[in-house]
Write a protein of this length. Sequence first.
Length: 233
Amino acid sequence: MEREEMLTLTNVHKIYNEGKSNEVVAVHDVNMVVYKGEMVALMGPSGSGKSTILNLIGGLTPATKGTIKIDGVDTNGLSNEEMTNLRRDRIGYIFQHFNLLDFLTAEQNVVLPLLIQGIPNYEAKRKADMLLRELGLGSRIEHYPNELSGGQEQRVAIARSLITTPAIILGDEPTGDLDQASAYEVMSMFRRINREQGQTLLLVTHSEEIGALCDRIIRIDEGTIVETGLEEN
Ligand SMILES: Nc1ncnc2c1ncn2[C@@H]1O[C@H](COP(=O)(O)OP(=O)(O)OP(=O)(O)O)[C@@H](O)[C@H]1O
Ligand SMILES: [Mg+2]
């Protein structure tokens, strides 16, 4: 059976500060596919281009060259507004540095994406509280980010990315700041939503143990994919 492609990168290059003395080729001619319903790990040394790839897929930075398709849609053909809508409606993004809003409580951070979608406040709050409790933060709902530990902030960021039930979840080291037990809990939660809701996940990790919990591992080194985890033809 032919598997459907959810994320398709074709000959993608990313050069930061192109033509300047501080030019960096972060991603070089990357070809990569993530199929619908897969849970894939993206692994590689520090500086190898993992965050850059996630940022490119999430439309946070434009590719210098190449094509990125999301669920068959070529993002090069989208206007800024269309890309923003696609990101809002289809993609959950867990940032490497959380990006929580300091002046909002844990709960307020988590409900925000739903409020932006026009979901009523009471319904958004109910969903947020459920997710936060599931992530072991039931007693931290009213806390502000600076009153939380790094691992707790990370779990708030995870709840925020999951609350809209996005078809695609991009996680930049989503378990990087968690102890082993919490990391495994988050991974089993990811696996559960992957099975139950068919969500597609692309997770950056430095941990081989976490990578092994995924369907396959894509490895990148110096901006180039060195292993796809697929049976090569
Ligand atoms: N905004 C930027 N401007 C210039 N260079 C950048 C920028 N962002 C990243 N880089 C460079 O691009 C390369 C890839 O960075 P990237 O953040 O994608 O690596 P990474 O694999 O996520 O690393 P880590 O595991 O440390 O998070 C690095 O050499 C980095 O210094
Ligand atoms: Mg990174």
